[in-house]
Design a protein around this ligand. Sequence first.
Ligand code: FCB
Length: 447
Amino acid sequence: MKRPMNLTDLRRRFPRDFVWGVATSAFQIEGAARAEGKGLSIWDEFCRVPGAIADGSNGDVACDHYHRLDSDLDLIAHLGVRAYRFSISWPRIQPSGSGAINEAGLAFYERLVDGLLARNIQPYATLYHWDLPAELQRLHGGWRARETAERFADYAQLVASRLGDRIVSIATHNEPWVTAVLGHERGIFAPGVRDRGVAYQVAHHVLVSHGLALQAIRAANTKAEVGIVLNLSPVYPETDSELDATHARLEDGRLVRWYMDALFKGGYPPDIIEHLGVDAPSVRPGDAELIAQPFDFVGVNYYSPTVFSSSSNAALPASSGAAVTDMGWEVAPKSLAELLLRLDRDYELPPLFITENGAAYQDDVVGGRVDDEQRREYIESHLVAVADAIARGVDVRGYFVWSLMDNFEWAEGYRKRFGIVHVDYPTQRRTLKSSALWYQALLTTPA
Ligand code: FCB
């Protein structure tokens, strides 16, 4: 274990107006899956598929955040953060994915946003963190149909017209790669499809929906900054063989360049189009321009590097011998700095935010305390990496810890804990882990 750095020294490595935050998403914390007119989402349905979720759990109750909003807002304020990144559940706002607003659902987000502002915390909203209204999946096959992109723009417009006067930042999508690849190629996330051609059509429609939503949000006259959140990481070859290098380049193309080139260079990378062959998506004239419209920020979610092995034709969770988290993900803060410098070099970027970064470890409450030194060290070392990138000229404006509190970790259920606040699910008791106390001390240290 390393000794914690001096907090003043660490704070001084960041600009004074740097945005410090914590992040969550709707399905992972809210519960209240059927409350007050909410429609079901594809995740509500996916959780019912036998074997889909490691512990057989679901999001029906989760952290019961929907019913504990005020005390959770107090908890967020207590941490001393300036910003809170949350997501809005589309089926709470439009139960079947189109048509009139479910006012009770919208009222929940009004209370959330107003409650944040009253506590001097800036609301950073994400419109789509994977909980598609199940009805759109049933009617059109979800994101494989272009109609879903149009419905998404309508939903974005509704949210922007009702909350856009108070929200500081709106991200259209969280991690389109996950929606496409984990949801439709590997089938390990909702809606559980396994078809590469469908996955790339989905990837395209999600980006089209980002472009349409951007226009719809701007038309609603909001002052909010608008952007998108991507999961990005460097991709390293497993060995120094030519074959591994070629495969790593392709994996980088599928993970990083597919999204970044479409958003910032006006087209998909030709080597990946060629590699996909018949699985390449059909693209309409004008789509490339729609996707590449200018916008205000990019959110980067970073957890670990990707190591590509051509022998197993798969991304490995970690290089051999590396320190890993409870997810088996490699701890490699330097890769975050490397990623940020590479993005800055290869693209004309708007300001960046680290919209997620954090680690799962098994935590125990002992005598009312949770000593999660490994998570604290993880966060500290990644903040140093961000500071290094800033010192080398990358315009990073903020950092959000994933996550505020332990929650439903998708296909892993409740077995993996990412929170800086511990949640005891049977009692819903929240306990600040030592990483949260450290983060709070960092944020209240005069810079
Ligand atoms: C990201 C997700 C987030 C959380 C973390 C661990 O891919 O955006 O919801 O599950 O991983």
